[in-house]
Design a binder for this molecule. Sequence first.
Ligand code: SF4
Length: 293
Amino acid sequence: MELVYDYPLYRPPSESQSLIFQVTLGCSFNKCSFCNMYRTKEYSERSSDEIDREIDLMASYFPDTKRIFLADGDALNLETTKLIHILSKIRKEFKNLERISSYSMPKNLLEKSYDELESLKKAGLDMVYLGIESGNNTVLKKVTKGATSKMIVDSCKKAKDTGFILSCMIILGLGGKNYSKVHAEDTSKVINEIEPDYIGALTLYMEPDIEQEFYTKFKEPFIPLDDLGVLDELNNLINGITVTGNVIFRANHASNVYSIGGTLPKNKTDILQKIGYLKEHPELLKPKMLRRF
Ligand code: SF4
């Protein structure tokens, strides 16, 4: 038995084994110039009745489900009461559940009060995935992210204070050659302020259908980083991360030049050494044809 999904359907790589309920369709913002995930969809919210029926159905087929991911792009945009209803229903029907998670934009978290977020946590939401993309305000503006670094830091702190497990994404090469240094420096600073539980680094890879829009919105010639430039940027980023708690860092996405990861600060030296080694051995990097976003 399968759910009938409204495609395209996205979920973080770490949710590959999760059961997915689409509680919203598309992205309520849908304007980031580097992202074409939901360009074919208009944002909408599914009715509680429909979602309830799907939860009942799936609970009868997969009662032992351990993880559930709420799609699409920003399920946290839902009214808090509606989201609490969905979370409570899921918790009631799936007795062996370990985790419920969803994507969130900075604005979703900022628009909710601490009380609302705590109610969502209590109702069963455990984890949120949030795209930082860059900590540099110029880069954020040029890629029309719709958030400043302060908004990103404030929203992530709110998520952490509430007790959510926080997984953040950043994009290597997002500012191109001209902004590589400040992109790395400011992204490290933001990570240091937030100390998320997980950081996932992707590498900029644009689908042809959004390339022109990205360049136009960038408002100056965009000089893409080559592979060594990406490794330099990653080196600067890791070098600038001075977190004190355990932050699990992964650059193992399909878009990356090589799969690198570890726990910061413990494995910082190892990661930097690996980057240095790869710079000397570019023949080890993943062939371009195997990379995608
Ligand atoms: S990156 Fe996230 S917020 Fe931006 S358009 Fe894509 S799904 Fe929406």
